[in-house]
Design a protein around this ligand. Structure first.
Ligand code: ZN
Length: 426
């Protein structure tokens, strides 16, 4: 008699805990991008034991890749006994800096009160371990499945994913002819399905002036005052316009359902001196002032609109303000991504959540971006969601943790998803 998949998963609870702990104890900090090779080798050994064919792939020449900090990724694939769809679980292996305020050892993976503590537990090594346990238990329960299961561990998601999923997508690993369903176990909570994310546009704006003696500012042209005019245009026109736009995307938290913009930094005039400098500043009119803006936009807005809106305000100042001159340098952009609610992976995971958790799932979208953007734009694969255990608000925080019961429940949902997608329909 075949043991049910969920009881197999429950029986592997200790294995799930130990696997999560092992992953946490490899400190894959990004920046700089340390120990990627080590974590890939660990996953390689583990997955080969369960019949996966593995490939370790270094993203040569991508941002941050060097002999000291090579950008290693792993893709593991296990073919079934009949032809069919491939289900891919993609997790990033990098974690962000530790920061202050911890009461647990950030790389100790201690267990307390049903939770595992450490940097990367929720974002997202707990999700990675959960998908591995789900896949292994599925393979053991149903040795004769159709299609294929893939598990990837990828670099650099926290810094844009260029040495990870973007690189693999460019090499064809997310070609829809090869992979049909993608689940990214980011910590969106075990009863929610994340359909996508907002877009982002990052730019530097520099206003120009003319240097002169600070006692005679009328002989120069103050770039900081020009930037003040830019900021006042933003306050009076751009921010109210953004606040009036509301997306149909189910973005959480609520505040992110509007268009938003952060002013990331501002600097004008003389370069700031080192902390040990105790001299006084020279008296100069600043000839340059720079800000970096971080504009997050909605699926209802286009990148051109977002760019043109800012440019129009700057051009208005050029036309109306004496001696106003500026330069705008685009730093990066990411288009919004939104998977259709009727996509096969969405419907299947929704049914699995209902079956395992006894409730209908919530559908959400993420305020910030994650690797779905590369799978969508470069891989041209639309059937992709984020689904995984953990509480999003714990990501990047001190005393980050993941609940063990949550991981077990999410593994059961992933297992039920594999049952629907990979077992021959009778
Ligand atoms: Zn993450």
């Amino acid at each position: 008699m075949i043991q049910s998949l969920s009881s197999t998963i429950h029986a592997r609870r200790d294995d799930l805990i130990a696997l999560t702990q092992d992953l946490i104890r490899i400190p894959t900090l990004n920046p700089p991008g340390s120990d990627y090779r080590l974590i890939c080798e660990y996953l390689d050994t583990r997955l080969k034991k369960h019949g996966f064919q593995t490939e370790l792939i270094r993203a040569y020449g991508t941002p941050g890749d060097s002999e000291k900090y090579p950008r290693w990724n792993i893709i593991a694939r296990r073919e079934g006994t009949h032809s069919g769809d491939c289900v891919h679980f993609n997790s990033h292996t990098d974690v962000v800096e530790v920061g202050a305020g911890w009461t647990f050892d950030p790389f100790g993976a201690e267990i307390s009160d049903g939770k595992i503590y450490g940097r990367g537990t929720c974002d997202m090594k707990g999700g990675l371990a959960t998908s591995i346990i789900a896949a292994e238990a599925f393979i053991e329960t149903y040795p004769e499945y159709s299609g294929a299961i893939e598990i990837s561990g990828t670099a650099d998601e926290e810094s844009g994913g260029y040495g990870g999923v973007a690189y693999l997508a460019e090499k064809g690993y997310f070609d829809p002819a090869r992979v049909q369903h993608v689940i990214i176990p980011e910590p969106l909570h075990k009863d929610r399905i994340c359909l996508g994310h907002r877009g982002g546009w990052w730019a530097e704006i520099e206003t120009k002036g003319e240097i002169a003696h600070g006692s005679m500012p009328f002989l120069g042209d103050c770039a900081v005052r020009h930037m003040g005019a830019v900021l006042s245009e933003f306050e009076s026109k751009l921010f109210p316009a953004m606040a009036s736009r509301f997306t149909e995307m189910p973005v959480v938290p609520d505040g992110a359902r509007n268009s938003t913009m952060n002013i990331n930094s501002i600097h004008g005039g003389q370069k700031e001196q080192d902390d040990d400098f105790d001299g006084l500043p020279a008296h100069c009119v600043p000839d340059s002032c720079r800000i970096v803006i971080d504009r997050r936009f909605l699926v209802e807005e286009s990148l051109d609109q977002v760019r043109d809106e800012v440019t129009a305000l700057l051009e208005g100042l050029r036309a109306n303000r004496v001696d106003f001159d500026y330069e705008l340098t685009e730093l990066n952009s990411v288009l919004p991504s939104m998977t259709d609610r009727d996509a096969p992976v969405v419907r299947t995971v929704a049914d699995a959540i209902e079956k395992v958790m006894g409730k209908v799932p919530d559908y959400v979208a993420s305020p910030g971006t994650y690797d779905q953007k590369h799978i969508d734009r470069i891989g041209k694969l639309k059937n992709c969601i984020a689904y995984g255990p953990g509480i999003l608000e714990m990501a990047h925080k001190p005393d980050e943790y993941i609940g063990i019961d949550d991981m077990v429940d999410a593994a059961c949902v992933m297992g039920a998803t594999l049952e629907t997608l990979l077992l021959p329909k009778s």
